[in-house]
Design a protein around this ligand. Structure first.
Ligand SMILES: Cc1cc2nc3c(=O)[nH]c(=O)nc-3n(C[C@H](O)[C@H](O)[C@H](O)COP(=O)(O)OP(=O)(O)OC[C@H]3O[C@@H](n4cnc5c(N)ncnc54)[C@H](O)[C@@H]3O)c2cc1C
Length: 382
């Protein structure tokens, strides 16, 4: 592997083994794993590290209710979350509260029973069906119309910006270089090396990884590899502080909901609530009418919150694909080009495992878990 070297008067390194385009959590975790394997890595970030989804998400560390192809990755990731102090010297605020997917009707309960039966037939036992009495034992304050739930004890939540910062520091300690305010404008393979032209000069490396979130489609199309990725503005709201009343993180079945209370008493309410996203201005916008609907859901579940005020709300720009699965793949058009993006509102939990698997894909040619379901060319067949 070559050494990162300074090649211009600014002192910034412009040559590496791997250039990572995009400094969200997936770029950071990939850089960390690549650096741990001895690669010289430069991460180019258009704004600042974790400015977008990776820094503003709900922090849900959830294996519960994953699309089936993602389950092996989510289970691997969960083990890494539990072992973070050994890996990066910090917990990243990970708190194993458990996650519960609640049924609010007999129809919801039938959906949950089918889900658990399907998973069990595939050998997965991490999602466990519990009856309504068990729900009330775990969450005594919840409304009595609940009919049952799926319970996953080892899930939890973490603090997004702290997670990104601690993985970034760990990567930097291994030699990875992060350049912020450095937008990749054009990518091109010149001979055996990739060049990334940016707002702050040209950077070159043997391998290029695109982790540019909702902006990745533009870079992929530059190498003739269009991919149906779109941006959505995912919303969250945070309430004033209230006395502790809930321990686990809740998600809905028949209606969108993601709900947790932090130790400081604030309640975070989300659940893939779609607002507005503008890629060009790199900005997400809240749709207040949608938020009102979610607030009503919360009040139906916890009537004592009726008069609780909302402190703030926001929308982060997130990448979605046509089949709700990410693209984690080598390019099918060019050598030494790789992608990891399109995490469809659930990529925070997956990042530690995906960073490891992407590094294996890029350095060994074959990852320790199959990434076939996430190949970039799968859309061609649809
Ligand atoms: C409100 C909200 C709540 C969420 N809640 C959860 C949750 O509870 N649990 C969960 O698992 N997931 C959650 N997610 C999803 C999760 O945050 C994302 O899937 C994940 O952070 C995506 O990470 P990323 O690195 O792929 O993308 P991003 O975080 O978007 O990072 C991509 C980076 O690339 C940079 N970039 C773009 N173009 C260029 C370019 N040309 N040159 C250089 N840099 C570029 C961007 O500036 C950005 O920093 C949530 C998302 C949102 C918005």
């Amino acid at each position: 592997m070559t050494k990162v070297r300074d090649s211009n008067s600014s002192g910034r390194p412009h040559e590496a083994d791997v250039i990572v385009a995009g400094g969200g959590l997936h770029g950071i975790c990939s850089a960390f794993n690549l650096a741990m394997r001895g690669a010289k890595v430069i991460v180019l970030e258009a704004d600042y590290v974790a400015r977008h989804s990776s820094g503003v998400n709900a922090g849900g560390v959830r294996t519960l209710a994953r699309p089936v192809p993602e389950i092996p990755l989510a289970l691997l990731s969960r083990e890494i979350w539990h072992a973070l102090p050994d890996l990066i010297g910090d917990t990243a605020g990970f708190t194993p509260t458990g996650h519960m997917r609640i049924a609010e009707s007999d129809e919801d309960l039938a959906v949950l029973k089918d889900r658990v039966a399907q998973l069990e037939s595939m050998g997965y036992t991490h999602e466990r069906l519990i009856d309504r009495e068990s729900v009330f034992e775990l969450e005594p304050a919840i409304s009595r119309h609940i009919t049952g739930a799926i319970w996953v004890e080892r899930d939890g939540y973490a603090l997004p910006f702290r997670t990104a910062t601690m993985f970034r520091l760990a990567a930097q300690n291994l030699g990875a270089v992060f350049l912020e305010g450095t937008s990749v404008l054009h990518i091109e393979q010149r001979g055996t090396r990739w060049s990334a032209q940016t707002s702050r000069g040209t950077f070159n490396a043997e391998k290029l990884l695109v982790t540019a979130g909702a902006w990745s489609g533009e870079l992929a199309s530059q190498v003739g590899e269009p991919v149906p990725v779109r941006a959505e503005g995912l919303m969250l709201m945070v309430t004033h502080r209230v006395a502790p009343f809930i321990r686990t993180t809740l998600i809905g079945t028949g209606r969108p909901l993601s709900f947790k209370q932090f130790d400081n008493g604030t309640v975070v309410i989300g659940g893939k609530l779609i607002g507005l996203a503008d890629l060009a201005s790199r900005h997400g916008e809240v749709d207040f009418m949608r938020l009102v609907k979610s607030a009503k859901t919360v009040i139906e579940l916890f009537p004592h919150l009726t008069h609780l005020g909302v402190n703030r709300s926001w929308a982060g720009v997130e990448a979605f694909t046509k089949d709700d699965l990410p693209v984690i793949s080598e390019s099918r058009k060019a050598s030494n080009l790789y992608y990891s993006f399109g995490y469809c509102g659930s990529g925070f939990q997956l990042a530690p495992a995906c960073g490891q698997l992407v590094a294996e894909l890029m350095l060994d040619g074959s990852p320790s878990l199959s990434l076939d379901a996430f190949a970039i060319n799968r859309f061609n067949a649809v």
